[in-house]
Design a protein around this ligand. Structure first.
Ligand code: BGC
Length: 809
């Protein structure tokens, strides 16, 4: 062990205590042993360092920091260099503010458009996720700060996120949900990784033998530290055994006592504990710097990073529609700007990732600053609340009537996208739809600037001439949008996910969200375009799609070994970037496959008229699939087609290659292939799913006849034996529904609603312990008086122990 000498000086209690935080955001420190504390902060698109009262849902304000576009926006840039520079900027801000560990990037796959946290994740595609994840990690860590890829793994819904079991087959796990993490570990060398709240195939992610022991450590050679999601530690001892190092937030002395007791009782070997301490100390010493830290970013950083946020917003915008080149707009036109988002930008999502920006520009403010503004009129048109306000609509329509061009700033309001809650439909806000329709009745030159971190249905798409999708473009979005609209730069982003026509087409729509005990990933590998292309389902906008103010020609494909080349020419009038994409397909196969898979991409900048030979080395995985029987990545022998194009549906060039490999006849039964070959996955029977996952399909529903357990959620109290518990449930539900009806869902209540009883002991900084939770559960199960007595005595016992076992700093 590297730190044997220090470990020899530590008491069992000190070693055990190091495995839990000291507070909401800090790790334990021991001055007498020269072990410093690390500060951990969210998050993925900006630093959220809280100074005052700490919460992990982003409700209380944090120090001002640059709010970059969220991951879902950056992913539209397909720009590895940009991702790296944003990573560096995040690392630099962290250093200035005294943050050692950044809790990001978020690498969960966008399985379904309704997931409340999609805006924090990169893509529906594992390869795009993987490339960006590596660069974020490398960029952040180049500054001596740790990145924390999260939430490992298969965490695709917010509903009951602390108890739900993701039931998934090994191939989907390996091919779709893990590659982002794998690359962040193997290539990015991430110092930390955060486990997910949920279970995967029965085991909690933080104590998962397969995900931790077998995959993360043995296969990927992870050398960093594993941290739980906040309150996500289930069995702390089991977590430590499996390779988890840090339970967050701090649980007072409870965590330390659990581990010491387990050592004393022989349930945890002290050698394993020593090993975890050694591994964590290694990371702590690597990351603790003697910096002079401040509560404020330096002026230079604020300035430079705002410029970077601007560049990122420019590069992430996707031009979805540009009928008769309505964009860019010429500045001498009469322009009507309409929509609440033009005044108050929609630029990030809610929850633990929410950043307190150093500045924020609305488009209205930018226009106000420009010289020639007498040809531009602004109208609010709608408010955030989904209610049609006729007065605002009429005003905007009157303005639109006399304008040459109308630009409507619309999209998903803040309440639609948040950690802790999923949307329950994919509909466009009614009030905004009404406005767009009314305006397009009186003016045929309408452009919609869309904001939002996840797909929405666009029933008005044929009524407007232009759509620019900015996703959630961060604090510099105002200037960036204006410069794109007026042609200072060409949009060049391409969609990181498919825009389906309606929610019904979404492959997981039949299974999402898993409502009670489990969440069945019956669609397997058929996520996003993998499904739409294989099943031949028409979509609104395909994966990888995005227009430009320019045009590109693709010519002369060549393939030598794994080197692919082709000629790209900018045949339009604008200097612009093109994201060229490489897809692989195999028509004849003994297994089920997606019609095509993205295997590589390259972003190329070309001046108008310029041409370049683009070369791409195909990555090792390009022809491989994960064989769940041999447990290896393998190539199926046969002919493959390599296509190069501007989106998943517009392939300009293609070539074929024959690969040697394995024969996969008989890997799946004919019954299974009959379902999955054509991606006929909307109604997969339990029998077929059982063959796919390789074990009996677990019960989807809660057994309401059984008593509740510490691992059940507070939202299950509706079937509790105790009338009091049922009333608590009713009151909680009442207030939650009231907040939803008011348009401001109470995130804390949402969190508690989906929280497990067990998490009470993990989220109260040691005020409650597991024993008290068990007694509360007894009360809920109808043993009110004995439970209450148990809680009281456990409370006093806990207070006594807590006083006695002060952690010696
Ligand atoms: C979120 C994490 C976040 C943590 C700390 C949790 O609720 O799931 O993504 O990093 O809180 O804020």
């Amino acid at each position: 062990m590297k730190h044997q000498q220090i470990i020899d000086k530590m008491t069992l209690f000190e070693k055990a205590a190091l495995m839990s935080g000291k507070s909401v955001w800090q790790t334990q420190d021991y001055k007498h042993l020269n072990i410093p504390s690390l500060f951990l902060s969210d998050g993925p698109h900006g630093i959220r360092k809280q100074l005052g009262s700490a919460d992990h849902l982003g409700l209380n304000k944090s120090i001002e920091a640059t709010c970059f576009p969220t991951a879902a926006s950056i992913a539209n840039s397909w720009d590895e260099d940009l991702a790296n520079r944003i990573g560096q900027a995040l690392g630099k801000e962290a250093r200035e503010l005294g943050v050692n560990v950044i809790l990001g990037p978020g690498l969960n796959i966008k399985r379904n458009p309704l997931c409340g946290r999609n805006f924090e994740y990169f893509s529906e595609d594992p390869y795009l996720t993987e490339r960006l994840s590596v660069e974020y990690v490398k960029g952040i860590q180049s500054q001596g700060v740790a990145a924390t890829p999260k939430h490992y793994a298969v965490n695709s819904q917010e509903l009951r996120r602390m108890s739900n079991d993701s039931v998934i087959d090994e191939r989907a796990l390996r091919e779709i949900y893990l590659p982002g993490f794998e690359a962040a570990v193997k290539e990015g060398k991430a110092d930390f990784i955060m486990t997910a709240y949920n279970r995967v195939n029965g085991d909690y992610a933080n104590e998962h033998p397969h995900l931790l022991d077998e995959i993360l450590y043995k296969e990927w050679g992870f050398e960093g530290a594993v941290v739980t999601d906040w309150g996500g530690s289930n069995d702390h001892v089991e977590g430590v055994v499996r390779g988890s190092h840090l339970e967050m937030p701090g649980t007072g002395v409870a965590g330390a006592l659990e581990l010491t007791q387990a050592v004393t009782e022989g349930r945890l070997s002290e050698d394993i504990l020593n090993q975890r301490v050694d591994e964590l100390l290694d990371i702590i010493f690597k990351l603790a710097h003697e910096d002079t830290v401040s509560d404020q970013l330096s002026e230079v950083t604020v300035y430079e990073h705002h410029q970077l946020a601007y560049e990122a917003a420019i590069k992430s915008a996707v031009l979805l529609k540009n009928h008769q080149q309505i964009l860019p707009i010429s500045p001498d036109k009469q322009i009507a700007i309409v929509g609440d988002f033009a005044f108050e930008p929609r630029y990030q999502g809610s929850g633990s990732s929410a950043v307190n920006p150093t500045q924020l520009e609305s488009v209205a403010a930018i226009i106000d600053k420009t010289d020639a503004t007498n040809n531009i009129q602004l109208y609010k048109g709608f408010t955030r609340e989904d209610k049609i306000q006729e007065e605002l609509v009429n005003e905007a329509v009157a303005g639109a009537k006399v304008a040459d061009v109308v630009i409507i700033f619309a999209g998903l309001p803040e309440i639609a996208e948040s950690e802790g809650m999923d949307r329950d439909n994919m509909q466009f806000p009614r009030n905004q739809q009404h406005l767009i329709e009314k305006i397009s009745d009186v003016n045929s030159n309408v452009v919609v600037v869309l904001s939002g971190g996840s797909p929405v249905e666009l029933p008005w798409v044929n009524k407007v001439s232009g759509i620019l999708h900015t996703y959630l473009a961060g604090q510099a979005s105002g200037q960036a949008i204006w410069d794109l609209l007026t042609g200072k730069h060409s949009p060049s982003g391409k969609l990181n996910e498919t825009y389906p026509l309606t929610y019904q087409e979404v492959p997981s729509s039949m299974y999402y969200p898993g409502k009670e005990a489990t969440s069945e990933y019956k669609e397997s590998i058929f996520v996003g375009y993998r499904y739409y292309d294989t099943a031949g389902i028409p979509v609104q906008f395909p994966f990888g799609y995005g227009l430009s103010y320019s045009k590109f020609a693709y010519l002369d494909i060549q393939l030598t070994d794994s080197e692919l080349s082709f000629r790209l020419t900018n045949i339009g009038n604008y200097a612009a970037e093109e994201i060229t994409q490489v897809y692989v397909s195999k028509e004849e196969s003994a297994i089920f496959r997606s019609a095509k898979e993205l295997v590589a991409f390259k972003k190329v900048f070309l001046e108008a008229g310029d041409s370049r030979l683009v070369t791409i080395t195909l990555p090792q995985r390009s022809f491989e699939f994960y064989n769940p029987v041999t447990k290896r990545w393998e190539i199926e022998a046969g002919v493959y087609t390599i296509g190069v194009g501007e989106s998943s549906q517009v392939i300009h060039l293609s070539t074929k290659v024959t690969k040697e490999g394995v024969d996969l006849t008989g890997l799946y039964s004919q019954t299974l292939l009959a379902v999955y070959r054509e991606a006929n996955i909307k109604n997969v029977s339990d029998d077929v799913f059982e063959e796919l996952i390789g074990y009996p399909v677990p019960d989807k529903e809660w057994n309401t006849q059984l008593p509740l357990s510490a691992n059940d959620t507070l939202s299950q109290m509706y079937y509790a034996k105790s009338g009091l518990a049922r009333n608590v449930y009713r009151v909680m539900t009442y207030f939650l529904n009231r907040s939803i009806a008011k348009g401001k869902p109470n995130l804390n209540l949402y969190f508690n609603y989906n929280m497990t009883f067990r998490a009470m002991a993990k989220m109260t900084g040691g005020l409650m312990n597991q024993k008290m939770v068990n007694e509360i559960v007894r009360m809920v199960n109808g043993h009110f008086w004995s439970g209450a007595k148990g809680v009281t005595s456990a409370f006093f016992e806990n207070r006594k122990i807590t006083k006695k076992e002060q952690i010696n700093e």
